[in-house]
Design a protein around this ligand. Sequence first.
Ligand code: SF4
Length: 320
Amino acid sequence: MKRVRSRIRLSLLSEFDPWGSPLCTCPFKFSLNPYTGCSIGCHYCYATAYIGLKPSTPKKALEARLLRDIARLPPGAIVNLGTSSDPYPPEEADIGLTRRALEALIPRGFRVLVTTKGVIYAMRDLDLLAAGNAAVTPTITMLDEGLSRLVEPMAPSPKERLWAVREASGAGVPVGVRLDPVIPYVNDDPSMLEELVARIAEAGARMIVTSTYKARPDNLARMRRALGAEGEKLYRLYKEKGVRLHGYIYLPEPMRKTLLEPVRRAAARHGLEFATCREGNWGREWFTAGSCDGSHLIPLRIEPQRSEGRSGVRLDEWLK
Ligand code: SF4
């Protein structure tokens, strides 16, 4: 997919472009990561080569920079929070940086998508999210609490995350769950995946997006260390069968289809929209959802405000 570059100068926001991967099917949108680093510390994290292994650290002068940036965005642009650092790490409960970002974006009618493994959004921010043009795409990868603790050490438990899905859906915030990544020898048991999808549907989600684990040298080394014998098998599988594709090590296509098929089957059985993330043509053919990232779930509750950049030129006009 050819990406449009807007040529506009932004300080905090950036155009979402997952390391230039042509396999990304996301609509044009902006990324906002109020923190850098990430305290949740998933061993499979794709972003650590960029954000490091440090705890969540608030970005400096976030509000002033955000207000400057959003004056330059097209009205109603999609802003996705949490594309490379979780916007609801434990620190957010005290710091409230993500809350302040939502307070700037939502009343102006931006379409907001929140991607997170946290649950603070459901405990504290549903008032804002339910009133605005917003949807959430929380990640839940498995039901096994012990295994989740091992690979996603500081994330709320799967039960807590399912609770948050229920709260958000009940409050009228559309939810699309990311069952992502599916990792061989870790969370690939078909009956567990089917049970997880059933629990996600019961909690009120409307959509599932899934993908297979794409190894990078740093995350594969962490998974190998954390998982003992299973980690060794995982390491060998990616070393022996893996194929380099756009900066990642992918498993061969037939293996990836086998890993994701139970998720697709269960999503269809439970009436959930379905999409895959960066799997290529066959993954696109499996879509039943209106977008891969859940942005089509965002309701229009607030009329987008027209904002102009310093030059007086709006970004949507600039792009024409
Ligand atoms: S929550 Fe997301 S950004 Fe944070 S460590 Fe896990 S995968 Fe990486």
